[in-house]
Design a protein around this ligand. Structure first.
Ligand code: IMP
Ligand code: MG
Length: 178
C-alpha cells in the first residue's frame, strides 16, 4: 500500500467485480440501443476504460473535460468545460461516466450543459457515491460503491494530480493535504 494512504476502501479485486456487475446491468438496460458512454476526464478514465469493456453492446465512447476542483481537496463550486464531446449527442442515449459524486455541483452543471445538445436520454454512472455533502439534487442512476465523507485517492481519483494510478481506492492521510 502507498505510504500516504491510511486504508484501502475498495481493493483491486472488489473494483473488478463491481465494474463487471455494473457493465452487465447497463448491457441489460440498454439492450437494442447504442449508448454513448461519456467519460468525465481525468478522474473517470480508469473506471470508464474498465466499464466499456464490461458493456456488451455496440456502444460508442467519448470524453469531456470539466473541472470543478483546483489543486486542493475542496470543490471550488465552479465548473469549466475544457473539452466538449466529439460525437454529436443529439438524439443519443448518453451515459455520463464519472469517478465520484460529492456535492454534485459538477454533474448537475454537466447535465445542464449536455441537455442543450438534446440527447434522447441522459443517465449517470458513478464509481463512488459520497452521499453526505450534496448541494444539488442529483442521484446516480448507476453506482459501484458508496463512500464516507473522506478524501479518497486512487483508481483515477487524485490529490493535486497524484495517486490516480493506484489500482485501489484508499483514504488519503490527512497530513498530506492539511
Ligand atoms: P462534486 O462536484 O462535489 O460532486 O465533485 C465531483 C468531483 O470532485 C469529482 O469528479 C472528483 O474529481 C472530485 N472529488 C470529489 N471528492 C473527491 C475525493 O474524495 N477525492 C478526489 N477527488 C474528489
Ligand atoms: Mg472528476
Amino acid at each position: 500500500m502507498n505510504n500516504d494512504v491510511e486504508r484501502i476502501i475498495c481493493s483491486e479485486e472488489q473494483i473488478a467485480v463491481a465494474v463487471k456487475q455494473l457493465g452487465a446491468r447497463i448491457t441489460e438496460d440498454y439492450a437494442g440501443k447504442r449508448p454513448v458512454l461519456l467519460c468525465v476526464l481525468k478522474g473517470a478514465s480508469l473506471f470508464h476504460a474498465d466499464l466499456i469493456r464490461a458493456v456488451n453492446l455496440p456502444c460508442e465512447v467519448d470524453f469531456i473535460t470539466a473541472k470543478s476542483y483546483g489543486m486542493g481537496a475542496k470543490s471550488s463550486g465552479k465548473l469549466r468545460i475544457l473539452k466538449e464531446p466529439d460525437i454529436n449527442i443529439c438524439g443519443r442515449d448518453l451515459i455520463i461516466v464519472e469517478d465520484i459524486l460529492d456535492t454534485a455541483v459538477t454533474l448537475s452543471a454537466l447535465i445542464h450543459t449536455l441537455l442543450e445538445s438534446k440527447p434522447s436520454s441522459i443517465k449517470t454512472a458513478v464509481f463512488l457515491d459520497k452521499n453526505i455533502g450534496r448541494e444539488k439534487p442529483v442521484k446516480a442512476d448507476y453506482k459501484c460503491f458508496d463512500a464516507e465523507n473522506e478524501f479518497l485517492v486512487g483508481y483515477g481519483l487524485d490529490y493535486a494530480e497524484r495517486y490516480r494510478n493506484l489500482p485501489y481506492v484508499g483514504v488519503l492521510k490527512r497530513e498530506i493535504y492539511e
